[in-house]
Design a protein around this ligand. Structure first.
Ligand code: DP6
Length: 353
């Protein structure tokens, strides 16, 4: 136990989920991405995690109890336990304590909302706060960079959730600013139309995914289209940085939809191929495209690794889009569920003692 350490205490962070506009699909080595991804952090879809620590005799492995939504979860305890044990070289003080991690989401688990993103981001931030308690203050920029790196080791998309607004994870051709090890805030300025953008998440199904993201990423290793996909994602990222700065809505819509359909196209053309979208997903997409064309309202969609549809639209069309969702799309949602989310400001430290 180091000099600064406290005997016991509790740290709580709230961290958002994020929606990828340019998708991370394919990884190598220790959780490194095969292409850059770009995402928007959400405001309402969040995980709250508290880490309670109580000093004990040093052990060999992390001593952990994990609660998910208030109940002990052996499944998560194993995954998070492995994750923390793999960090011991860099964070040896994790074995100085009995740890209780209590994590809860305010959205359905396995609903296609990336819960691993907000969960590992919140957990990584708790670990960083514990590091400060044990070793002293860390410069803010370094704190979040290291948190992003730690979050990435738990789940790739989590690296992007330690910031608000728009974030890039992965090296971008022609720039030295972005890294494969951690995500960074978009360096360029964001056009006002994209500063507050809406993401209505339509829950088509709350069932567990048939093929999880990790299995999906591995199928990219032998995917016949992998090389061209990685180059396409690189080109899309470079273009999207420009689009977010200039506010070019037409090109935004083209890239967003292409990314969403490419992601699911890659799943379908994997070996073995699989399908995560449902008939309602396709019907919603068709209704969105039709509404855009007839009403001349710039709404678009993206998909995560699941059947749910993320409807993206500018703040100025809020009224019209909500009416459209309520009138035409809610009937296609599971139990009429949808979340009217929007651009968030990033994680919050709720408590430290
Ligand atoms: C389709 O981050 O869940 O949501 O690193 O194996 O935990 P792991 O994968 P994960 O993959 C997310 C893939 C995606 C696209 C994205 O968020 O970029």
């Amino acid at each position: 136990m180091s000099q600064n350490s406290k005997v016991k205490g509790k740290i709580s962070w709230q961290s958002p989920s994020n929606i990828a506009l340019i998708k991370y699909w394919g990884k190598h080595g220790n959780q490194l991405p095969c292409n850059p991804s770009l995402s928007m952090s959400l405001k309402l879809s969040v995980t709250t995690t508290s880490l309670s620590y109580n000093y004990k005799e040093k052990g060999k492995n992390v001593d952990l109890e994990f609660l998910f939504n208030g109940k002990r979860s052996k499944q998560f305890e194993k995954r998070v336990g492995n994750y923390l044990n793999n960090l011991l070289k860099e964070y040896p003080y994790l074995v100085d304590y009995h740890l209780i991690i209590d994590s809860s989401n305010n959205f359905p688990h396995s609903s296609g909302i990336a819960s691993s993103a907000s969960a590992f981001s919140a957990l990584a931030l708790c670990i960083m706060s514990l590091k400060e308690i044990c070793l002293g203050d860390i410069d803010r920029k370094e704190f979040f960079q290291e948190a992003s790196n730690l979050a990435r080791l738990g789940s790739g998309s989590a690296s992007r959730s330690v910031y608000g607004g728009y974030t890039i994870w992965g090296k971008v051709e022609g720039s030295t600013h972005y890294s494969d090890d951690y995500a960074s805030l978009l360096k360029s300025t964001i056009h006002p139309v994209f500063q507050t953008f809406y993401d209505a998440i339509l829950i088509v199904s709350g069932e567990n995914k048939k093929v999880g993201s990790s299995a999906g990423h591995s199928l990219m290793e032998k995917h016949p289209f992998a090389k061209s996909r990685y180059q396409q994602a690189m080109n899309h990222t470079i273009e999207m940085i420009d689009v977010l700065e200039t506010g070019d809505m037409d090109r935004f819509i083209e890239i967003i939809e292409n990314e969403a359909l490419t992601l699911h196209g890659l799943m379908m053309s994997s070996d073995p191929g699989y399908i995560l979208i449902k008939s309602e997903t396709i019907e919603i997409i068709e209704r969105i495209r039709n509404f855009r064309q007839t009403q001349k309202i710039p709404i678009t969609f993206t998909l995560d690794a699941g059947p749910n549809v993320h409807v993206l639209y500018p703040e100025s069309y809020r009224k019209e889009v909500i009416k459209f969702i309520e009138d035409e799309l809610v009937v296609l949602c599971n139990a009429g569920q949808w979340i009217n989310d929007s651009t968030g400001k990033g994680p919050k430290l709720l408590n430290i003692q």
